[in-house]
Design a protein around this ligand. Structure first.
Ligand code: COI
Length: 333
């Protein structure tokens, strides 16, 4: 059984090696490059592909799998928004993902971001670097005094709710699929509008499906409680970045923490010689604001999460090769 693993980073290697040692019957080839038109040929002769990348898995690349007789693709992440789904379906490729590598990892960064925004950490840090240790005017509020609005209550949203509860904040949530336990607790509001109107802090945990594209836009920002803070550790496309910047400029939004952002591909997890060389004006504008925290899509980036991403994906790929099924198969409807 032969698996090729694309885009393996240094931090993933020990977890991959551990898995390989435990599965001597499997031949795993490590490929540090990402899977694209230039590297897809390397998958010839393999039974399965394991990959993670933010850039698209294009039609041409997927068509090549079929040409090479490869039917098993296992993603080391949860999101499937960079797959050409029509081509996947047409070629009958089985895809697995890792839906629950560590909800706590994402929820912990969410909490970190909420607290940093609330305590004006970026402003204090900037002042301190200039030798200014003064307090005023950057007095904070406290999380226990706030209403936190959670948009989508899947595994990650639920973990955020658990954590925020410990701080004594009031929690409200919106989701089209309501969790029975949270429903019994009366957490849900019945429209996104009610969530926006009543939240001091709004945190987004929805997937990048077309219905959620630019969920946060000029109109929905108008519905929000003045002074709201917005956290996005989910997907960049959920927020219309221009509208967010307008909201921040007008003061309607008093802070934002973005671990994901539109046009991040090619920028996040990349290095530029200087701030000026960052090839996106909106990202630069947001980085320059004292009340905005940008992190480069690192919510998932913890050792337990990365271990699960690597090893669950390899297990799923092996299951597909051996049996044609896996509990991690993605259902495309
Ligand atoms: C995902 O799992 O889809 C993520 O967003 C994390 C990814 C950057 C590895």
């Amino acid at each position: 059984m032969k698996i090729i693993a694309y885009g393996i980073r240094n931090d993933e290697e020990p977890f991959l090696k551990q898995w390989v040692n435990e599965h001597p019957e499997v031949d795993v080839k490590v490929e540090t490059n990402l899977l694209d038109e230039n590297t897809v040929d390397k998958s010839k002769g393999f039974d399965g592909i394991v990959a993670y990348q933010q850039k698209p898995y294009s039609k041409q690349v997927i068509n090549k799998f079929s040409e090479y007789g490869i039917k098993n693709l296992s993603l080391r992440n949860v999101g499937i928004d960079n797959l050409d789904i029509e081509t996947i379906k047409k070629n009958k490729i089985k895809v697995t993902n890792v839906p629950s590598y560590s909800p706590a990892a994402i929820a912990e960064l969410t909490l970190t971001s909420i607290l940093e925004l609330l305590r004006n950490s970026k402003r204090f840090q900037k002042k301190i670097e200039l030798g200014d240790f003064s307090w005023e005017p950057d007095i904070s509020n406290e999380l226990n005094q706030m209403t936190i609005g959670v948009y989508a209550t899947g595994r990650i949203g639920k973990k955020v709710i658990d954590f925020v509860r410990g701080f004594g904040a009031k929690i409200i949530a919106y989701d089209i699929y309501q969790d029975p336990k949270l429903k019994d607790e009366g957490i849900y509001v019945d429209t996104p509008k009610k969530l926006y109107e009543n939240s001091d802090i709004l945190t987004l945990h929805a997937p990048a499906v077309k219905e959620n594209y630019h969920l946060i836009n000029d109109d929905t920002i108008d519905q929000m409680k003045p002074g709201i803070k917005i956290i996005n550790p989910a997907r960049g496309d959920l927020i219309d970045t221009d509208a967010l910047i307008r909201g921040l400029d007008s003061g309607r939004i008093s802070g934002a923490a973005l671990d994901v952002i539109e046009n991040e591909v090619g920028i996040f997890n990349n290095t530029f010689d200087s701030f000026d060389k960052i090839p996106d004006e909106n990202i630069k504008k947001l980085i320059s604001k004292d009340n905005v925290i940008i992190t480069p899509h690192i919510a998932f980036y913890t050792k337990p999460a990365v271990k699960n991403m690597v090893q669950d994906a390899l297990n799923a790929n092996l299951d597909l090769i051996k049996t044609g099924i896996s509990d991690k198969i993605v259902k495309f409807d």
